[in-house]
Write a protein of this length. Structure first.
Length: 73
């Protein structure tokens, strides 16, 4: 599960992060400022039937997402 990568201590308020998430076949890759930070394979993955979602799990704070786009490769 990619959403548990890192910790609340490694995310600084007021800082902009450039994240990119790629899915190719069964391969998943997460980049932070163009640095690969996580790579996984999911044999059950069905990109054609999947969805994209963004969330924050910190009940005491908030997050803003902008310039979000989904592209087919």
């Amino acid at each position: 599960m990619l959403s548990v990568t890192g910790s609340a201590n490694s995310v600084l308020a007021g800082t902009t992060y450039k994240l990119r998430f790629e899915v190719q076949g069964t391969s998943l890759r997460l980049y932070d400022n163009n640095n690969l930070v996580l790579q996984a394979t999911d044999g059950e993955l069905s990109p054609a039937a999947s969805y994209v979602g963004l969330q924050t799990t910190q009940g005491t704070g908030h997050a803003a997402f902008d310039n979000v786009r989904v592209e087919l490769f």
